[in-house]
Design a protein around this ligand. Structure first.
Ligand SMILES: Cc1cc2nc3c(=O)[nH]c(=O)nc-3n(C[C@H](O)[C@H](O)[C@H](O)COP(=O)(O)OP(=O)(O)OC[C@H]3O[C@@H](n4cnc5c(N)ncnc54)[C@H](O)[C@@H]3O)c2cc1C
Length: 283
């Protein structure tokens, strides 16, 4: 049987010191919904498990000046029950509503969802559309902000070093920006996303003055569709714009075929879901 050494720091500072001393052998354990299956599959061995679940300072959703800050240990269920997110970050709130089931939502944290690095991570796509950054801390370098568009390097690979901890996620508050999220899976609940789309759009009358479009499970990492965003700038979201935007987004992605869907189906679906997500935010 594989044995793990278990440590539970009492403060973030203590946790950062454990990571510093660990020489790359410490695994951070938050909700453990990804970690436990990895342990059972013996993909984790010879490591120290650092349980951060008791660090209350990493939990909670607050409005801090012009931004919204979510502690890395905040669970998907806590985000789902945040009136602030329901009102001001609809895309993220909708992603939480469709995330797994109540049991998993009670344990799974937003920090773990982002740090795990899955191209299909459900909180990643709305947070990308909301222009979020991760606050990352280490003993050696202190705190740094990593824009989410720079966080992922490939499937399950991130820019977070072995001695670093995500402490929070922040994004700008903007009551005038409307956001939306759509998840498509093979079932209505407990489904791994076949594809996800989020839009966050600001409009002056019916003209788009700023658009962000993000997609998940259509490439090696969650991604921003920059050409589609540029195309939308200055246009009204009408039938012609929707048709053209759907074509552009299909050219920006490179999904794979797997057991659940073909590359062609995912590519087609990306255009369909983008149209729906833009219709949902249309002024
Ligand atoms: C049955 C089931 C259903 C699921 N359904 C969904 C779903 O619908 N949508 C979805 O997106 N995911 C889903 N998942 C995956 C998983 O629940 C999420 O990715 C979850 O958010 C991970 O968070 P966690 O706190 O459990 O992370 P953990 O399992 O504790 O950790 C995951 C990884 O992140 C690292 N980590 C954790 N916290 C930090 C931190 N603060 N800083 C740095 N590194 C950190 C860990 O070291 C580990 O490598 C599902 C999993 C299961 C088992």
């Amino acid at each position: 049987m594989t044995k793990y050494r278990y440590v539970a720091p009492a403060t973030v500072d203590e946790g950062l010191e454990i990571l510093r001393q660990g020489g790359g052998k410490v695994r951070i354990a938050a909700g453990c919904t990804n970690l436990l299956p990895d342990m059972r599959a013996k993909e984790l061995a010879d490591c120290v498990l650092m349980d951060i679940s008791g660090l209350g300072e990493l939990r909670g959703v607050d409005a801090d000046g012009g931004s919204i800050r979510i502690g890395a240990l905040t669970t998907i269920d806590e985000m789902l029950h945040s009136p602030l997110l329901e009102q001001e970050a609809v895309a993220l709130w909708r992603a939480c509503r469709q995330f797994a089931d109540p049991l998993v939502r009670n344990r799974a944290t937003v920090g773990g969802n982002l740090a795990n690095g899955s191209p299909a991570a459900d909180s990643a796509v709305p947070l990308l559309a909301l222009d979020a950054s991760a606050t990352v801390a280490s003993r050696a370098a202190g705190k740094r902000e990593v824009p989410l568009c720079e966080l992922w390097r490939g499937p399950y690979q991130t820019a977070i070093a072995a001695d670093e901890l995500i402490t929070a996620i922040t994004f700008p508050r903007d009551a005038a920006r409307r956001s939306w999220f759509i998840k498509n899976g093979l079932r209505r609940a407990m489904a791994i996303s076949l594809i996800t789309v989020a839009t966050a759009v600001k409009q002056d009358g019916c003209v788009v003055t700023g658009a962000r479009v993000a997609l998940g499970a259509v490439g090696p990492t969650p991604l921003r569709a920059r050409r589609t965003e540029e195309y939308l700038q200055g246009r009204a979201i009408d039938a012609a714009t929707l048709a053209e935007a759907a074509e552009i987004v299909r050219g920006e992605i490179s999904p794979i075929s797997d057991l659940r869907a073909s590359k062609e189906y995912r590519t087609h679906l990306a255009g369909v879901l983008l149209r729906r997500a833009l219709e949902a935010v249309r002024a």
